[in-house]
Design a protein around this ligand. Structure first.
Ligand code: IMP
Length: 189
């Protein structure tokens, strides 16, 4: 169904590949020798980014996954995000790097940072491929950002609309009429 919705390419596969390499170089520089990062990928949207990122990082890493559910229409800060799948590996004394596909309002990342901080990692940082800054409702620090983008609904390279389009090797803007309504709750990432 939604396969036929109109798409306009925003970031080509080549642009993404180049930027992922730059991000990997930045991340490499920010962790000293002997402090290899523990990457936590936020399912499902960030898996393709994670796969490319770890192969561009020229050092050993460990990987884990977390899945949360966001209630997009609910503006209450408590209860807006719930844990669907928890981590398999503890975070205590690890150099944790959260790997996000996109930060929009910031509510999901805010919740993750708060939850992970309580598990006493040695350090806690974030890399997000995309950043929709104009949509922010809570302040969150993101140490590494791939691309700052405008407030458009994007799909591809892991990002979906109703579970469609994740396989696209590029990132595209979904036509306005195909955009998920903000009040469509709940959805897992
Ligand atoms: P938040 O508003 O920062 O909490 O983001 C919640 C989640 O909404 C993101 O992690 C994505 O899974 C999803 N999301 C936000 N904007 C987009 C988009 O443009 N395309 C696809 N998913 C999005």
């Amino acid at each position: 169904m939604s396969d036929r919705l109109p798409l306009k390419v925003l970031l080509t596969a080549g642009q993404i590949r180049d930027r992922v390499r730059e991000l990997a170089a930045d991340i490499n520089r920010s962790y000293p020798a002997g402090r290899d990062p523990h990457l936590v990928s936020v399912l499902k949207g960030s898996v393709i980014f994670l796969a490319d990122l770890v192969r561009a990082l020229d050092r050993p890493v460990t990987i884990d996954f977390v899945m949360v559910s966001s209630y997009r229409g609910d503006t209450r800060s408590s209860g807006r995000v719930t844990l669907v799948k928890d981590l398999d590996i503890g975070l205590t004394d690890r150099d944790v790097l959260i790997v996000e596909d996109i930060v929009d309002t910031g509510q999901t990342l805010w919740w993750l940072l708060d939850n992970f901080r309580a598990r006493q990692p040695r350090s806690l940082r974030t890399v997000s491929l995309l950043d929709k800054r104009s949509r922010r409702t809570v302040e969150v620090d993101i140490e590494h950002v791939g691309f700052a983008i405008e407030d458009r609904f994007v799909v591809g390279y892991g990002l979906d609309y109703a579970e469609q389009f994740r396989q696209l090797p590029y990132i595209a803007v979904l036509n306005q009429q195909g955009r998920q309504r903000r009040e469509d709750p709940p959805s897992t990432k």
